[in-house]
Design a protein around this ligand. Structure first.
Ligand code: SF4
Ligand code: SF4
Length: 186
């Protein structure tokens, strides 16, 4: 049967070709803390149906899960999709299989970050925390408002210890991978 523009659009990137598939990917994710529920996913779509992010932009948690289960490692880890979840936990409340998508997506983000694919906004936020100990800089306005509200002054964070902990958690490698990725694309 002749393929029309409409049928091509419906088919999208399918069928998936063998060369794009990594059959061990789903097990790599499922073996991580937080990823255990992945293999229970039935792809029923209840998560996508209730996702507030998906109601305003083209984002479907079921599609992310489907691609992981298919073994599309490169596509998943280089995609913006895994950075769109707002961690509202609605999908977790609706999922009868207790997949815990929010935790699965955290594992995917960790994998993507190790390969230099962290979303720029998250990298900027991590650098801000390492520099200031907070995601936003301390300002005189905040200090004044705290005083007016009768709140105690902000304590200066222990930046050195904080950097030590964040690097031990793998942040240094994330920054290096990000730099390598940027250098490659220049
Ligand atoms: S994560 Fe749960 S709700 Fe979403 S498709 Fe899989 S089984 Fe269904
Ligand atoms: S936790 Fe993420 S994927 Fe799940 S419903 Fe909320 S925004 Fe959507």
């Amino acid at each position: 049967m002749e393929e029309t523009e409409k049928s091509k659009a419906y088919r999208g990137d399918f069928p998936v070709r063998d060369e794009n598939v990594d059959n061990s990917f789903k097990y790599e994710i499922a073996n991580q803390v937080g990823g255990e529920g992945l293999l229970r996913c039935l792809k029923c779509g209840a998560c996508s149906g209730g996702c507030p992010v998906g109601s305003v932009i083209d984002y479907r948690p079921r599609k992310v899960l489907g691609n992981v289960l298919l073994g599309l490692k490169e596509e998943v880890l280089s995609s913006d999709q895994i950075w769109l979840c707002a961690a509202c936990f609605t999908c977790e409340e609706r999922c009868v299989q207790e997949v815990n998508f929010t935790d699965v997506v955290t594992v995917l983000r960790n994998f993507a970050s190790q390969e230099g694919n962290a979303a720029p906004g998250y990298v900027a936020m991590a650098k801000m925390v390492m520099k200031n100990g907070r995601v936003t800089a301390r300002t005189q306005l905040v200090d004044k408002m705290r005083e007016q509200l009768g709140l105690p002054p902000l304590q200066d964070p222990a930046i050195e210890q904080l950097n030590h902990i964040m690097n031990a958690a793998g942040l240094k490698r994330v920054f290096e991978a990000q730099k390598e990725r940027e250098d490659e694309s220049e």
